[in-house]
Design a binder for this molecule. Structure first.
Ligand code: AMP
Length: 190
């Protein structure tokens, strides 16, 4: 199964994506994790991404798209949960193209819904105490919410139009939200 897990920063997407990938037996493909790995290894890609990430901006599409194209061509990516990609309308088009070139398509898009912006910001400020992430300052956290609203929120209606969107209430414990996601996955399995 090929799934995309979406949601605003702080919605708990990363945690759920890891568990979901395990439960479908697929790869967890997080562009944020891939950038952080490059950053830790001080690769050219990491150095380039760092300036955008630290500011809470999106890394340019051509860089991100190339990285995802390579990753999805790897043998373990026959089934996957995409986490944090696509994030722009151009990336949606690119993803369709990458998958078409592999003879594949998305089976479903699960969108975690948390309407309360302040709830998200407070969750992230709490997470920042232990995350060690340079982009987890309150100012950058708030900016990342703005960037999500400006660039990524529009992907929700777009995937609704494609007929593959499944919205899940993102308020609750990790287990409660995971159970809602599992119900969607069951419905996709038919
Ligand atoms: P995340 O861990 O998903 O919150 O991503 C952390 C940072 O990595 C983001 O704030 C962006 O700077 C960068 N990033 C991750 N995914 C993408 C993407 N699909 N497009 C552009 N930038 C991204």
């Amino acid at each position: 199964m090929r799934l995309l897990l979406m949601g605003p920063p702080g919605a708990g997407k990363g945690t759920q994506a890891v568990d979901l990938a395990t439960s479908i037996g697929g790869a967890h493909i997080s562009t944020g994790d891939m950038f952080r790995e490059n950053l830790a290894n001080e690769t050219d890609l990491g150095k380039l991404a760092k300036q955008y990430m630290d500011a809470g901006q999106y890394v340019p599409d051509e860089v991100t798209n190339g990285m995802v194209r390579n990753r999805l061509a790897e043998p373990d990516a026959a089934a996957f949960v995409l986490d944090g990609y696509p994030r722009t309308a151009d990336q949606v088009v690119e993803l369709d193209d990458i998958l078409a070139s592999l003879g594949a398509k998305l089976d479903g898009v699960i969108s975690l819904v948390v309407e309360d912006r302040e709830e998200l910001v407070q969750r992230m400020i709490k997470r920042a105490e232990t995350s060690g992430r340079a982009d987890d300052t309150e100012e950058v956290i708030r900016h990342r919410q703005d960037v999500y609203d400006a660039e990524t929120a529009a992907l929700v209606p777009l995937y609704r139009d494609h007929g593959i969107l499944h919205e899940v209430d993102g308020i609750g414990t990790i287990d409660e939200v995971a159970a809602r996601i599992a119900a969607v996955v069951d419905s996709l399995r038919g």
